[in-house]
Write a protein of this length. Sequence first.
Length: 472
Amino acid sequence: CEIVDLPGIYSMEQDYLGLDEKIARDFLVRGEFDAIVNVVDAGNLQRNLILSQQVLELGYATIVALNMTDVAAKHGQQVDPDNLAQELGVKVVPIIAARQKGLKELSEALFSAEAAMAGEQSAEGDFASEKIIRRYHRAETIVNRAVQMVPIADTLTEKLDRIVLNRHLGIPIFLFMMYLIFTVAINVGAVFIDFFDILFAELFVELPRWLLGSVGAPIWLTVLIADGLGGGIQLVATFIPVIGALFLCLSLVEQSGYMSRAAFVVDRLMAGIGLPGNAFVPLIVGFGCNVPAVMAARSLGRESDRLLTISMAPFMSCGARLTVYALFAAALFPTNGQNIVFGLYLLGISMAVLTGWLFRKQIFADEITPSFQEMPSYHLPVIRNIFLTTWFRLKGFVFRAGKTIVLVVIALSFLNSVGSDGTFGNEDSEKSVLANIGKSITPVFAPIGVKADNWPATVGLFTGIFAKEAVV
């Protein structure tokens, strides 16, 4: 069978639907499916039941997956799945997705799902507002019948939120978290850079060069395969430790529940440039890569908010730039490199805020979209999920950026070896085609201090157009 994972949505009738939410709503309305699995948060049941009622009104076979029952229990909410199933008229399967509990029962229930009863139908002539109010009242009634509240002391989440969401401490804590992430990413990643560099150099550069030399391959073939293809793979491999450490830290912060708090903390700052607080999330994604940051802007409800966020995203220093920052910082500032890198990140954030403020005043003048941010409970992230998320992001980065880098290195290696007379073996000499190209365009960069004899710097700047990592 085919399973379609739709973007998360709270209601099919929201005033401000992002593009991804519209995709989910339109898919449900079209009805091109056999059954619906409605995943609801047991700890936030009343809000989730609004969408559940709308889904049931469609009349399709539906199963409610009651997720995070363990978290709800810690907050004194004992949800009775049987009572909930009786109230909704469909099968309810309790699951703990993070620990893969209840998934077998959910898959078995999916194949035996029956069409849902249409639920409470609206009377002829009902206004939309009346239907919405009716759904909220019914959701409250269902929660009162299916959930037993157990008095408990203040939870860890409530205690931490008094500090993390404090109006005076929130911003400093957020900046400290960002500084900690970059410090760990750079210092931990730097430990493994030499290992990856040497290992991949032996496997993909020296070994192919020896094999090709032993069979008498021509120089141009050795240049393309060993220096070009192998050198490109070696260069990409040196980025893996720092980028992997960054993605690992971001995954840890996201899955701990802090990221939504960070969005709430910077909401006042975002409001100053006319953006809702949840616009901060795509910008944070930009620290990993600007492309998914632009794509993540689809979650914003208003087109002007999406365009404004997209215009700010390129100023967020992505993982590609982090590799350049880290290597230069390690070479020029061996003791306090992380402080330099953090300063560059703050500079990028400042430029993004300035750009957003100017664009909002001059181009995207509009009222501020209200921001609704759900605050999940703090919890210890599941190690398996952290590494899976890190792996998928790292793999995406390597294959997406790696292809461009390898192609650029192949081209540079070929041009660096071939001379203007068509001979090979002119690496790093004045006779190579690359040297001639670099010298011809170097005067363009003279205003920024690039001298005529420093043509390799010109080549590096030019290749950075295709991939920022290729500058290295």
